[in-house]
Design a protein around this ligand. Structure first.
Ligand SMILES: [Fe+2]
Length: 176
């Protein structure tokens, strides 16, 4: 499954730090195992249940958000130089993992993806951050996962979390 996941989410390989790259990969693989999804389930898994019949998958959304976040970071670093300090690896890991909790938020019922009991009780920023925490991801990455959505509104987001929050909403709003 690891090789197939690496093919589906090639942006994981952009993470320079070998340990963070491995932990990021492991969280996706272990979350799939725990939520009992197979690699074949991924292409048909929607990125949201809020846009009925969307054909954009969770994997495609994750890739687009990661690539958007990276572009934003590149522009900010080029234009503002030392005024903004961005940790590229933390940004990439957080972007790749921001929606990993959706693997727990969904269940398959009568051929459809619907909200699970877990999803009703714990939204994906919470379940994703908790799961990543169990696997030793650094706090900066947990913060991006936990704060990428409305749960982070009102909190002081790090620069990397600000970028992922906006990258996520751009990729959501244009499709709704
Ligand atoms: Fe997202």
């Amino acid at each position: 499954m690891r090789k197939q996941l690496e093919t589906l989410l090639p942006e994981i390989q952009f993470i320079g730090d070998a340990r963070l790259r491995e932990l990021t990969t492991r969280v996706w693989l272990e979350a799939m195992k725990q939520a009992r999804w197979t690699i074949e389930d991924l292409p048909g898994m929607p990125f949201t249940l809020l846009i009925p019949q969307t054909d954009v998958s969770l994997v495609q959304h994750t890739r687009a958000v990661t690539l958007t976040a990276l572009k934003i970071a590149e522009v900010l670093m080029k234009e503002y130089g030392g005024r903004v300090a961005i940790d590229r690896d933390v940004l990439l890991s957080g972007a790749v993992l921001h929606d990993v909790g959706k693997l727990f938020e969904y269940k398959h019922e009568k051929g459809k993806f619907v909200k699970s009991r877990n999803g009703e009780l714990l939204r994906h920023p919470i379940s994703g951050a908790a799961f990543a925490s169990q696997h030793g991801l650094p706090q900066e990455v947990l913060h991006i996962i936990a704060a990428h959505s409305k749960e982070g509104d009102g909190a002081r987001r790090t620069i990397e979390a600000i970028i992922v929050n906006h990258a996520d909403f751009v990729n959501f709003d244009v499709l709704k």
